[in-house]
Design a protein around this ligand. Structure first.
Ligand code: ZN
Length: 228
């Protein structure tokens, strides 16, 4: 299904794995990509099954993770007065709720899954989302690796970020010692390593200002969009 790498290369090397799905590597930039089946209806999977059958975090757990995330993001939010924040792929909306309940009332979310029901989160795919204004800060947790087309989605994220605004990207650390559980059939398609991820996002006009490892199996990258 994916026949072109984000770098433009169309030549792949299939690699053998211990997983129950196939992986291929771009022969130019070496990004590892899941070779997803043409017959998998990915949109249907997310709409109907992802949050009921695959995603197992409880709202309470995600709400406690949101508290840690906000403390990690405070160095950016403290610089801004009443920031308008968009969270992409809000899931059960725990992160959006936590921010709204802790002084960031202009926090909004989008989520394509069925389970959302809270005021500030609307049901939408990123590419279909057409807000009137851009955002001071965009957050995205465990989502970019799911997109079939990360380039189109990054273009959209860029268009939604104010010039000099911030993009906070939380991503699986696939290649860390504790990252094995991130290799998931259908769900995790683009297995960027850290340097591949930084150069991919930077190519849309962002500069990396900080990176942290909130836990060993995750990486959080903080980008600022350069002004135009
Ligand atoms: Zn490539």
């Amino acid at each position: 299904m994916i026949n072109k790498c984000v770098c433009g290369c169309v030549d792949f090397i299939y690699i053998s794995t211990q997983f129950n799905f196939n992986l291929k590597k771009c022969s130019d930039c070496n990004i590892i990509i899941q070779d997803i089946d043409e017959n998998e209806d990915i949109d249907k999977f997310y709409y109907e099954k992802y949050h009921t059958q695959s995603y197992t975090h409880s709202y309470e757990l995600d709400y406690s993770i949101a508290e840690k995330r906000l403390s990690n993001y405070q160095f950016i939010l403290n610089k801004l007065k009443s920031p308008v924040i968009l969270d992409i792929g809000s899931g059960n909306s725990a992160f959006v709720d936590y921010l709204v309940n802790n002084g960031y009332e202009y926090t909004f979310g989008i989520e394509p899954g069925l389970q959302i029901k809270r005021n500030n989160v609307i049901r939408s795919n990123l590419l279909d989302y057409k807000p009137i204004n851009q955002f001071d800060v965009i957050t995205i947790h465990d989502v970019l690796e799911h997109f079939v087309d990360p380039t189109e989605n990054m273009k959209k994220i860029t268009a939604l970020t104010k010039p000099n605004g911030y993009f906070i990207l939380d991503f699986p650390n696939f290649f860390s010692n504790n990252g094995m559980h991130h290799w998931k059939r259908i769900e995790h398609i683009w297995c960027f390593n850290e340097s591949q991820l930084i150069s991919f996002v930077s190519s849309f006009g962002y500069i990396l200002i900080k990176k942290i490892y909130p836990v060993d199996s995750k990486i959080t990258l903080f980008f600022k969009r350069t002004s135009e």
